[in-house]
Design a protein around this ligand. Sequence first.
Ligand code: PHE
Length: 342
Amino acid sequence: MQEQLKAILESAKQNIANASTKEDIEKIRVDYLGKKGQLTGILKSMGSLSKEERPIVGKIANEVRESIETMIADAAAAVKAAEKDVKIKEETLDVTVPGTQRKLGAKHPISVTIDEITKIFMSMGFSVADGPEVETVFNNFDGLNAPQNHPSRDLTDTFYIEDQENVLLRTQTSTVQIRTLLSQEPPIKIISPGRCFRCDTPDATHSPMFHQVEGLVVGEGITMADLKGTLDAFVKKLFGPETKTKLRPHHFPFTEPSAEVDVSCFKCGGKGCSVCKGSGWIEILGAGLVHPNVLKVGGIDTEKYSGFAFGMGVERVAMLKYEIDDIRLLYENDMRFIEQFK
Ligand code: PHE
């Protein structure tokens, strides 16, 4: 029996040495010390020993049990420690690893320019009106007094919505003039920034999509002097206090008289440089007194009221201000370009 106990101790030692998980160790404990375990079996059979042998074997059996218990406890502690090590390794945070960068974008120069223009007109008491980019032929042409044969109505100039002859992508923000005249009573004083579309092949100065800011003022006794004064105050705020304006006669169906408006070159002050192409002047918008036929669309009494309107090319202003030499740069989403406007 003593031999058996020795053998049990040896085999337990072996098994425990090979155990690597909590489950292995628990199985060993049950195998040796459990109710039906090997050591328990021996202890149970001790009744068959002689009186002399019993205390001796009993002592050895107790020592074996204690040894096995100690070995199991040690092994369990070792496994626990190893598991903890693994967990710590897994959860290690290396604070020296470079983080994921979230790059902050920048406001697009078109938005910067629209914001700036809007701010100036708001400071002069204008409010901001809005209109859709998909428009009716009436709001884009008919209501604006455009003759039936006006070249811009042509399919080659305007994007019409397929199967809908009367729906198009607006070619100008002047559509908001009609919307405003139909929905508001004078006095009217609005600007309206937004996108426009024309069938243009892209090049350095043309894009099939571009932006305009429309302006409309209707009230009693409004004259060309009000138009000129308003635009003069505006360009001085936008380009600097030295800036001068020049009105050149022009034609638009929806204004009479009409003018194209130039500003003195903010770069050279009018002497002539590469920005103004040597002329000293830069064209930035079209304007005029609202044609009576347009006022009539809004049911406005043309004996009592008159008004002025203007339409400004946002890309043109942005390109001049920031000296951008190709309009396509504005739409390429190249971070190297956009980041310069942070
Ligand atoms: N809508 C005109 C254009 O796109 C500009 C304009 C607006 C002219 C208002 C006069 C009055 O060219």
